[in-house]
Design a protein around this ligand. Sequence first.
Ligand SMILES: [Zn+2]
Length: 132
Amino acid sequence: MITLADYFMNREKQYAAELTEELRVNAGVVVARANLLLSRAGLRRGVNSGWRPAAVNATIENAARNSKHVQCLAIDINDDDDALDAWCMANPRALEELGLWLEHPAATPRWCHLQTAPYGSWAPGKPRYFQP
Ligand SMILES: [Zn+2]
């Protein structure tokens, strides 16, 4: 099971001033939904990338400047064998029920990016996955 401590990656101390109550609430939601998804998929996985304070996000190659990780609305889960990505693609209904959106597996080779906020062009009826 993924914990909030896993999600914060020890950044809650160094970047304490940035970690607002809103972000803590967001983090609780994304971690809870990720755990529910892992439970449904029957998989155990750890966190590849959780909260990214803006200064951390800026150092990550190819990370979007407005990454959902900055607002604690996204989580990258370890997925070396792509089993979680494959399960998500095969079970879009689960993503819908849990309020999650998936970055397309082609863009996430060793991890699974899930977010609790829709991608920019999403509307009801559109896929739960998106291309970065
Ligand atoms: Zn991500």
